[in-house]
Write a protein that binds this ligand. Sequence first.
Ligand code: NAD
Length: 358
Amino acid sequence: MSSILVLPGDGIGPEIVDEALRVLDAAKARFGLDIDLDHGLVGGAAYDAEGDPLPESTLEKARAADAILFGSIGGPKWDTIERDKRPERGLLRLRSSLGLFANLRPAILFPQLAGASSLKPEVVSGLDILIVRELTGGIYFGQPRGIKEENGERVGFNTYVYSESEMKRIARVAFDLAMQRGKRVCSVDKANVLEVTELWKEVVTEEAKAYPEIELSHMYVDNAAMQLVRAPKQFDVIVTGNLFGDILSDEAAMLTGSIGMLPSASLDENRKGLYEPCHGSAPDIAGQGIANPLATIMSLAMLMRYSLQRGDVADAIEAAVEKVLDQGLRTADIHTEGTRKVSTGEMGAAVAEALVNG
Ligand code: NAD
């Protein structure tokens, strides 16, 4: 039996997670899955109930689960409370407490939605990239860091540091994932300027020797940023550090033009993971039943593929999403003329039905 902890969070979080759970029920019915569901509080909802955006009880449940399905957190209601108690802190603490060092951000553009991108449809239609970003190291965490006085003026400084072991483990994640996809990995660095990434390039190249089927290439980050908008379909898996990954994954996400469609996963060494949509809690539309649940539903698909090793179930969920898009169903954020505008619940129900009917 596998266990999933469900953390709906704030804003549209509970609405979209409900639809993912509806799809999970359909998956259980079709595939006979044996899954134990637990529920917990996180973010503003947890702060309101227990004065802490990540209560100890939630962390304990998270540690015990095989995977976590997460909605979204935050909202204006909690923007002015003390920094340490803000909803976002709960998510950051959850990621670091669980050692979730590998962030997977697919940028997939279903051909049915190619018109939503700001790029020409032929450049992005059928796009399927996976960005693997190191999430717990690099310049975001390096010491020393700070702002100090020097020679009568202020100086700001950060440290870009990666150990060999950190580089190796993220490289291995990228290679393992690429083996399940197109077997091509592009490692992004700035090895012409930064020693850290010179070592990164060396270590990634060394690790690749254990994966003879993988075609490894290297690209400087400035070129990668350019190539992503010029010819994004040239990429299969991109692996990079925390800072470059932060920027490139947002750039890749925007290629698709629809934030409500993008799932993500953050994994630890044993493939336990936290799965969440890339978007936030969308307070502007919360409670209206119009949020797009597909990013969360596809996060559930990733959960099946990476933490529960059920690629077959993941494929079926993704096929169900595609079928529903083919039928012309669209939530408001992806609605265009000639398609049928549906609510959050109608979209979730349609995917669940498509899944059950295979
Ligand atoms: P957002 O992603 O919540 O919303 C940006 C825009 O996209 C809004 O117009 C929103 O209505 C729309 N949108 C987002 N998801 C959608 C969906 N599923 N369907 C339809 N439309 C959708 O970003 P924001 O407005 O900058 O942030 C709102 C709150 O979310 C803030 O409190 C922020 O801190 C928080 N946030 C949380 C996470 C997270 O939970 N991981 C991530 C980003 C932001």
